[in-house]
Design a protein around this ligand. Structure first.
Ligand SMILES: NC(=O)c1ccc[n+]([C@@H]2O[C@H](COP(=O)([O-])OP(=O)(O)OC[C@H]3O[C@@H](n4cnc5c(N)ncnc54)[C@H](O)[C@@H]3O)[C@@H](O)[C@H]2O)c1
Length: 256
């Protein structure tokens, strides 16, 4: 399947988890990719795997902090110049921090919002001019099951993901007549750096009985990040041509 032949794709969070799996999926389907992340070791691992797969010639990686406005401006411009335009933007970069809400500092709250919500906004704002000149342009944003289903100790994270979901709907409507689609994936129970790696960092005294729905209904526990990457590849290709302004939940039925 070569749905991405000739497609130019910018992916954030490309050094780990779902973003990294999406890089490899889109390369495998013929796309040209710029993958960015703050984690340079992660980006090196992404590039090494592409070299093994024989797809490295269509991948460029670069360090980029999506919460830094000036860096996003120059980083997106460099990516669009390298690719000769942009057809898809996949905003996978994000952080998960947990805490009791009554102990959450303003710095903590602002940090989560700055990366997840403001960072996603900055990437979109800077990429839009190139996307609107692109072929069948698509933005894939990252919501989470926490946006629609209660996740205790994650008020800041859930707020950031709910904001991304609402922002995606607004953008989908605003640019619909110009041929741009904007969609969200809402993953849950996916093994990655923020879940099974460094983990969500729950408070030590977290009451796990408050997590009413933790287990996927299908499979053998957490699924791999490639399960989400496959859905993103569908959404960012012509197979997703009639999907916009909505989200797809990918959680093995945890929240059905
Ligand atoms: N894993 C899950 O079950 C799950 C559930 C819901 C939503 N998500 C979302 O999926 C997306 C991907 O996360 P993941 O699960 O693959 O976790 P991950 O930690 O493996 O990957 C996140 C990546 O984002 C990068 N990143 C963090 N801050 C950044 C910044 N300021 N600028 C650029 N890059 C930055 C990290 O370095 C990391 O490589 C996130 O938006 C996350 O919120 C994941």
């Amino acid at each position: 399947m070569n749905r991405f032949d000739g497609r130019r794709v910018l992916i954030t969070g490309a050094g780990s988890g779902i973003g990294q799996a999406t890089v490899h999926r889109i390369l495998a389907e013929g796309g040209r990719v710029v993958g960015v992340d703050v984690d340079e070791a992660g980006l090196a691992a992404t590039a090494a795997r592409a070299a093994e797969d024989g797809t490295a010639g269509r991948l460029r990686t670069a360090r980029l902090d999506i919460s830094d406005e000036a860096a996003v401006r120059s980083g997106v411009a460099a990516a669009a110049e390298h690719l000769g335009g942009l057809d898809a933007l996949v905003n996978a970069a994000g952080i998960l921090r947990s805490a009791h809400t009554h102990e959450t500092t303003l710095d903590f709250f602002n940090k989560v919002l700055a990366v997840n919500l403001t960072g996603t906004f900055l990437m979109i704002r800077e990429a839009l001019p190139a996307l609107l000149e692109g072929q069948a342009p698509v933005i894939v944003n990252f919501s989470s099951t926490s946006a629609s289903f209660a996740h205790p100790y994650m008020a800041a994270y859930a707020a950031s993901k709910g904001g991304i979901q609402s922002m995606t709907h607004a953008i989908a409507a605003e640019y619909s007549k110009r041929g741009l689609r904007a969609v969200c994936v809402a993953p849950g129970s996916i093994s990655s750096g923020m879940t099974t790696g460094r983990g969500p960092g729950l408070p030590e005294d977290a009451d796990m009985s408050l997590f009413t729905k933790l287990a996927p209904a299908i499979g053998q526990g957490f699924a791999g990040p490639e399960t989400v990457a496959g859905v993103i590849a569908m959404l960012a290709s012509e197979d997703g041509a009639f999907i916009t302004g909505t989200e797809i939940r990918i959680d093995g039925g945890t929240h059905m």
